[in-house]
Design a protein around this ligand. Structure first.
Ligand code: ADE
Ligand code: ZN
Length: 334
């Protein structure tokens, strides 16, 4: 069974590129960029050190600040997509945060050209298709968000397929970000917003009631606490990008049996299974599919169904989407 799960054609829709960098790669990049990493960034075992959501975001920012050149972005994109492909992933959308790059004095163009090179190299060598979602960071505020949305629209790239927002969900209200999301929607970009992760169902209501046309919610697991919201998400066909390993690591739930994935699936909501920030949470998209079997009792058919739902709710162009949905449908369970 576990060997067979490894082979399922998988789709990842929720990872933060800057949060996918393995400790060994951060060390390598920091060394070549002459950056001294703080000792406390790592645990004695060599993992990233953090205690809660705030210290996780700080460690994540610190790792991001090692990225200074186009080649750094090429290497992290390639490394991430390679590791996904080796676990059977056929398509991955990853969030990039131009705010982090700008802080290091990097141009948006250099970030994109590095990511595009990593995507091309990974596709050539492993067949995986990588795409980018440009994200603003909620706690940096609405004005920054508008700046990022405008940058994305002014400098389009064929690999950029959508606009999103991560960061500290407890800051601001959703309507503060309407201008940024309107820019993206008006230019034809589908959108996803982190909500219902650190904050409760009211945060998801806030997003779906006040932002224009949100196609997916990042996490959204806390929606399970509100029956009316669950029904609304199913009726409006809003997909949830679920990251169980991340939720457990960030102590949203005390144990696997408290996690609402099964309840959300039973409600008929479209979901995907994702890694979020793999080395920070000791996970990967492949491990999340294994978790699906081990902790949520999902069989191969159900896991394949999740992969199909993920591809259908991806922001890929129609041709790529139908080609990859076909590949998932044709995969043999036996
Ligand atoms: N940025 C990186 N990972 C995140 C998460 N899990 N929630 C919000 N913002 C993030
Ligand atoms: Zn996330």
């Amino acid at each position: 069974m576990y060997q067979k799960i490894r082979q399922i054609p998988k789709v990842e829709l929720h990872s933060h590129l800057e949060g996918t960098i393995q400790p060994s790669l951060v060390k390598q990049i920091a060394k070549r960029n002459n950056i001294k990493l703080r000792d406390g960034l790592f645990t004695p075992q060599g993992d990233f050190a953090w205690d809660d959501f705030v210290t996780f975001l700080q460690a994540y920012d610190e790792v991001s600040s090692c990225l200074q050149y186009s080649k750094d972005y090429r290497d992290i994109t390639y490394d991430y997509l390679k590791s996904c492909a080796l676990e059977g992933t056929i398509y991955a959308e990853t969030f990039i945060s131009p705010d982090h790059a700008a802080e290091m004095g990097m141009s948006y163009e250099d970030v994109l050209s590095g990511c595009a090179q990593g995507i091309d190299d990974a596709e050539r060598e492993f067949g995986i298709i990588g795409r980018i979602i440009v994200t603003c960071v909620r706690h940096l505020g609405p004005q920054q968000a508008v700046r990022i949305a405008q940058l994305m629209v002014d400098e389009p790239h064929p690999y950029i397929v959508g606009f999103g927002m991560g960061g500290d969900e407890s800051q601001y209200v959703a309507s503060d970000f309407t201008p940024a999301f309107q820019i993206a929607i008006d230019a034809g970009y589908p959108c996803t917003v982190h909500a219902g992760e650190v904050c409760g169902s009211e945060s998801v209501w806030d997003v779906i009631n006040h932002l224009p046309m949100i196609s997916r919610i990042g996490h959204g697991v806390r929606s399970a606490e509100d029956d009316e919201l669950i029904k609304t998400l199913a009726n409006r066909k809003i997909s949830l990008e679920i990251c169980p390993g991340s939720n457990l690591a960030l102590a949203l739930y005390p144990d696997w049996k408290s996690h609402p994935l099964n309840h959300i699936l039973e409600a008929g909501i479209s979901v995907s299974l994702n890694s979020d920030d793999p080395p920070f949470f000791n996970t990967s998209v492949g491990k999340e599919y294994q978790n699906g079997a081990e902790h949520f009792n999902l069989d191969l058919k159900q896991l394949l169904y999740i992969s199909r739902m993920a591809m259908e709710s991806s922001f890929a162009d129609t041709k790529t989407k139908s080609h990859l949905v076909k590949q998932i449908n044709e995969w043999s369970i036996d």
